[in-house]
Design a protein around this ligand. Structure first.
Ligand code: ASP
Ligand code: MG
Length: 454
């Protein structure tokens, strides 16, 4: 059994959905279970509807409801024509849009948007798409069965970021999904949505939650693989907008992918697939617009390369605290990090010496207030306009050669801070903002060949 997850761009319209049916058909013999996102952009519009309604802008909100209704009906017609299936799906979707309109009306009266009502509205996107995709599959000759994901994805009551309950999900998946597969049929479920185990009220897993759904269903069903179908070929050795000749990574370690997650490689967030990877289930990232491409496999047993990928980001602030008090006292770092916690600022990279600490911060919103508190601990210096380059590879610290090659390749790029992850697989280097691109290019050329200039 395999779980195939298709993101919003992969199911955005009739043409894309037909392509998805073809991909699923090509995997019939592997007993596919299909998880879909809402049509591309639908979740954003639904959240807008919720906010506009609560703000009292009901007319605008209802206009958006009708536009979204029309879009779904148009795609349904393009996919299903005018037969019996089309009539059933159209009336089911129509009822959901009527419900959406009345939810919008209720919110405009209440003038208050709770996470619970926000979830009730956001969840409609995946309810619609899963019904539509299941019908489109049947139209294409696939024996698809719609399964309401909310009855399987059992969560707590933490609306808008509900915590899945793996045992309850495993039980429900064995009861509601597995028999469909055994019957030779293809279950189709919405990602992202769930329901509270105690009350049955609709919840969501948080934005982008469909990957998480796919991983949880895959884990619950002990599937052989999970395929995350998106609109890029997979993960690359570097951002192709920065580095010419960036290459597709065929296999990447889960730890490596996790180190790269904060660099805006918005393919998928590794933590969302952890439930599957932990069980040894391989996860593939594939391109639904280019199904022939081999994609990237994320696994615990990827080849051990010195460098798997190079990433970078700019707009980082470097905070330096120097304090003679730090020497031979305990509790200094605790006091330091408490300041960051108090100001809700997350720290990214850290390096410490006997009497000083350097750390980087991505989000400078609270920096000014933070500095005032930090001054109580020592001399503080802030350097804005810094950037980070990360060299990630599971074999980076095997021997000394790769690391010295990396530092040598940087040439005259000035380094402000260096930090090697505890696992030894991520060497993070803080440089000037405008040196991020050349540093990435030089490093990529060193380890993957090609020219250092892009
Ligand atoms: N449709 C949801 C979102 O846009 C979930 C997902 O696509 O993963 O956040
Ligand atoms: Mg998505």
């Amino acid at each position: 059994m395999i779980v195939l997850k298709f993101g919003g761009t992969s199911v955005t319209d009739a043409r894309a959905i037909r392509r998805v049916a073809g991909i699923v058909a090509s995997r019939r013999d592997r007993a596919p279970v299909v998880v879909v996102s809402a049509l591309g952009g639908a979740t954003n519009l639904l959240l807008e509807i919720a906010e506009q309604s609560a703000r009292g802008q009901l007319i605008i909100a209802l206009r958006t409801v009708e536009a979204l209704r029309q879009r779904h009906l148009d795609e349904a017609e393009a996919l299903l024509g005018a037969g019996r299936e089309a009539a059933d799906v159209t009336s089911e979707m129509g009822a959901m849009f009527d419900e959406l309109a009345s939810l919008a009306g209720a919110l405009s009266v209440l003038g208050d948007l709770t996470p619970r009502s926000q979830d009730a509205i956001a969840a409609i996107g995946e309810q619609l798409s899963s019904i539509l995709v299941a019908a489109a599959f049947r139209q294409a000759g696939l024996p698809a069965v719609h399964v309401d994901a909310r009855q399987v994805m059992i969560t707590d009551a933490n609306f808008a970021k509900a915590e899945p309950q793996p045992d309850a999900i495993a039980e429900a998946a064995q009861r509601l999904i597995a028999p469909v597969v055994r019957n030779g049929e293809i279950p189709v479920l919405g990602g992202f949505i769930g329901s509270c185990g105690a009350t049955g009220v609709t919840t969501t897993l948080g934005r982008g939650g469909s990957d998480y759904s796919a991983a949880l269903f895959g884990a619950a069903l002990q599937s052989d693989a999970i395929e995350i179908w998106t609109d890029v070929d997979g993960m690359l050795t570097a951002d192709p907008r920065v580095v010419q000749g960036a290459q597709l990574i065929d296999r990447i370690g889960f730890d490596e992918a996790s180190e790269l997650a904060s660099f805006g490689a918005k393919v998928l967030h590794p933590s969302t697939i952890a439930p599957a990877v932990r069980l040894g289930i391989p996860v593939y990232v594939l391109n639904s617009a280019n199904p022939e491409s081999a994609g990237t496999m994320i696994t615990f047993n990827a080849p051990r390369r010195p460098v798997t990928a190079i990433a970078g980001k700019s707009g980082v602030s470097l905070v330096k605290v120097r304090s003679p008090r730090m020497l031979l006292t305990e509790g200094f770092l605790r006091a330091l990090f408490e300041v960051f916690e108090r100001h809700k600022t997350s720290v990214d990279v850290v390096a410490t010496s006997e009497v000083s600490v350097s750390l980087t911060v991505d989000d400078p919103t609270h920096l000014d207030a933070l500095i005032v508190d930090l001054r109580a601990l020592g001399d503080v210096a802030i350097e804005r306009n810094r950037g980070i380059v990360a060299i990630v590879g599971s074999g980076l610290s095997d021997g000394g050669v790769s690391m010295s090659r990396a530092l040598q390749a940087l040439g005259d790029v000035r380094v402000y801070m260096l930090s090697l992850s505890a696992t030894g697989i991520n060497l993070t280097i803080v440089v000037d903002d405008e040196q991020v691109r050349p540093a990435m290019q030089r490093l990529h050329a060193e380890f993957f060949g090609g020219s250092a200039r892009a």
